[in-house]
Structure formats: structure tokens, C-alpha cells
Design a protein around this ligand. Structure first.
Ligand SMILES: NC(=O)c1ccc[n+]([C@@H]2O[C@H](COP(=O)([O-])OP(=O)(O)OC[C@H]3O[C@@H](n4cnc5c(N)ncnc54)[C@H](O)[C@@H]3O)[C@@H](O)[C@H]2O)c1
Ligand SMILES: O=C(O)C1=N[C@H](C(=O)O)CCC1
Length: 234
């Protein structure tokens, strides 16, 4: 497959290594300031850029009929626009806040636990995410997906807030520590005990492999998909 990388930072470079090992060719590496390029050289594009440009990168792919995978976080106010554009143009698009297999299993575990805890009002839920200090957005996209998973499956919670608790609100703490690839903890606390579930990424390889697997999966399809479709879970 010929792959375009939109964003050639930490993730773009890790994805390039994995894509080549899996027999693909990286035909475009687009970073800040690169505007004049022909995206149609690629069979599929993988966007890991920055929140302010993710939507225009995705829209450019859809407009040019190139399937696109996006892992960029912090741009979800425009997610529904991307869905509408993809449907209108009969394109192919996947956004995932986290492409790693382990986190996608963790997402399902989180939903199951939320269902179990819904009747147990003596427990309060909270979340913590820890990432490296270059991260531009907070809370992480993964923490938002985890909070949404609780809200959909636990009748005690209706929203989430960064560093703030309140009635029916899941507090999310965001910590920034040098070189941490990504740690997420969901905690249920009562007066007598604590239940934690946690995912710790040791490297970025898991995110990158998941993005390449999603790119392999989407070619030849049309529609808006999720990692659950790719991994056949959930
Ligand atoms: N979904 C996941 O599994 C997952 C995993 C890791 C990171 N991420 C997200 O992916 C994004 C990138 O992460 P990173 O660690 O590679 O960040 P990074 O800062 O290392 O790389 C981002 C790159 O995008 C470039 N960029 C700026 N403007 C651009 C433009 N107009 N077009 C293309 N590229 C442009 C920057 O110059 C930089 O090189 C972040 O939003 C991060 O939260 C998601
Ligand atoms: O390094 C990052 O930035 C990460 N971003 C994603 C998020 O916001 O959840 C996934 C984990 C790494």
C-alpha cells in the first residue's frame, strides 16, 4: 500500500517504521508548512498532526477520495462535520482517540465495569491521565473516550470536567511528566475500598501498529468506522 503520513512528528515517524516493516511504502510525509502536495498519490492517509489542522487534513483526503485514518486528538468539536463530509462524498474515515489493541480492550473493560458499578452508589468514579510534557491537549482523547464509556453505561454520571468534581460529573486529572507515552487510570472509590483499572503504554509502538492495521483494513471500504470495527470487538 502507498501511505501518506500527515504529521511527521513522534507518531508519524513511528508509524513510518512499522508501515515499512509490514511491506508498505510511505509516498508522502507532510508536516508543518507543507501545503502543495498531491494526496491522490496515496492509497490511504494517516493523520497524526495537531488539533488545529486535523480537520482540514481529513477533509482534504475525503474531498480527494483517499481513505483516512486520524489519531490526532483535541479537534472533536469538528468530528460531526468530518462524518457529514465523509457520508456526502462516500469516503472512508476512522478516528480513534487511541489505536492500541490494549487500550481498545481497556475501553471495553471500562464499559463493563461502569455497568456493574451503576447500582453501587457508594462508589465515586474519577480518572487520571499522564502524558509527556509536549502534549498540546488536555484531557487526553483516551480519557474522554473512557469518560464517555462511563456516562453511557452508569446512570450516576452525565458529564466530565477537567480537574473538577460535582454532581453527576466525572473529574479527570491530567498530569504532564517528561517522556510518558500514556497512562490512564479509572478509579472507583468508596469509604471502605478502592477499585482501579489502569492501562500503561510503555512505548508508542502499540498506537502506531494499530493505526497501520486500521489503514490496511479501510482500503476498499466506504463509511465512517471505529477501531471496534477494525478489531471486531465491542
Ligand atoms: N490516537 C492515538 O492512538 C494517538 C497516539 C499518540 C498520539 N496521538 C495524537 O496524535 C497527535 C500527534 O502526536 P505526536 O506525538 O506525533 O505529536 P508531535 O508533536 O510529535 O507531531 C505532530 C506533528 O504535526 C506537525 N504539523 C503541524 N502542522 C501540520 C500540518 N498542517 N499538517 C501536517 N502536520 C503538521 C508538527 O510539526 C509535528 O511534527 C496528537 O494529537 C496526539 O494526541 C494519538
Ligand atoms: O502522546 C499523545 O499525545 C497521546 N495522545 C492520545 C490521547 O490523547 O489519548 C493517545 C495516547 C498518547
Amino acid at each position: 500500500m502507498n501511505i501518506a503520513l500527515l504529521g511527521y512528528g513522534k507518531m508519524g515517524k513511528t508509524i513510518e517504521q512499522i508501515a515499512i516493516k509490514r511491506g508498505h511504502k510511505v509516498v508522502l510525509t507532510i508536516d508543518k508548512g507543507d501545503t502543495n502536495y498531491d494526496i491522490t498519490k496515496a492509497d490511504v492517509a494517516i493523520d497524526f498532526s495537531i488539533p488545529t489542522v486535523a480537520y482540514s487534513n481529513i477533509a482534504n483526503c475525503i474531498d480527494n477520495n483517499v481513505p483516512v485514518i486520524s489519531g490526532t486528538t483535541g479537534w472533536l468539536d469538528k468530528y460531526e462535520d468530518a462524518v457529514a463530509l465523509c457520508q456526502e462524498k462516500k469516503g472512508a474515515f476512522i478516528y480513534a482517540s487511541n489505536f492500541s489493541l490494549g487500550v481498545n480492550i481497556f475501553f471495553e473493560l471500562n464499559k463493563t465495569l461502569a455497568k456493574m458499578m451503576s447500582a453501587l452508589k457508594q462508589y465515586n468514579v474519577s480518572m487520571e491521565e499522564i502524558h509527556h510534557t509536549q502534549k498540546l491537549d488536555a484531557p487526553s482523547g483516551t480519557a474522554i473516550t473512557l469518560a464517555d464509556g462511563v456516562i453511557e453505561n452508569h446512570d450516576g454520571y452525565k458529564n466530565w470536567k477537567l480537574e473538577e468534581s460535582g454532581e453527576q460529573t466525572i473529574p479527570i486529572a491530567a498530569k504532564r511528566i517528561a517522556d510518558v507515552p500514556g497512562t490512564h487510570t479509572v478509579t472507583y472509590e468508596s469509604e471502605v475500598d478502592t477499585i482501579n483499572i489502569e492501562h500503561i503504554a510503555h512505548t508508542r509502538q502499540g498506537f502506531a501498529l494499530g493505526a497501520v492495521v486500521a489503514a490496511e483494513w479501510i482500503v476498499g471500504k466506504s463509511g465512517v468506522f471505529s477501531m471496534n470495527d477494525v478489531l471486531n470487538i465491542g
